[in-house]
Design a protein. Structure first.
Length: 153
């Protein structure tokens, strides 16, 4: 005895349509993920490229109020997207803004790490460049003392 239900041709056609719709939705979702990834990565690469050209020509890294310009511009794009001010381009602006900010933050992290290595400090705080230029207040704490303080917490 079979418990299999016989479907009408119309029901079969409907089920096939649902399957195609589900497959198309998955393709659309993956296409959106690829687009977002490419926008983000293109923004990182493009921003780093432009900052490299500007710094090479001028000898200076652009800052606004002591903050790297790429972090400021990236932040402005993120805020614009979060406030829904760009309509259908909000997601694109969010990806581009995050990419620009990521390029600036990577540069900042690199400068802190390079300073830490040069000075033999644990965190690179003493004499670390503040956003690439200037210095932060010096710390008299040696790495070993800082490590001991962190272990005691």
């Amino acid at each position: 005895m079979s418990t299999h239900l016989a479907l009408s041709p119309k029901a079969k056609k409907y089920i096939e349509g649902l399957k195609r719709w589900k497959e198309n939705r998955k393709i659309e979702e993956k296409t959106g993920e690829v687009k977002a990834t490419l926008e983000f990565q293109a923004a990182v690469l493009g921003t780093a490229y432009m900052m490299g050209r500007i710094e090479t020509k001028t000898g200076k890294h652009l800052e606004l109020f002591g903050v790297p310009i790429e972090i400021m511009l990236g932040g402005a794009l993120v805020v614009t997207a979060m406030a829904d001010l760009a309509g259908k381009y909000d997601e694109d602006l969010l990806n581009l803004g995050n990419g620009m900010a990521a390029a600036g933050l990577a540069r900042l992290g690199y400068s802190y790490g390079a300073s830490a290595a040069k000075e033999g400090r644990f965190l690179g705080v003493a004499g670390s460049p503040r956003f690439g230029y200037g210095t932060m207040p010096r710390s008299n704490m040696a790495d070993s003392a800082l490590a001991d303080a962190l272990r005691s917490v």
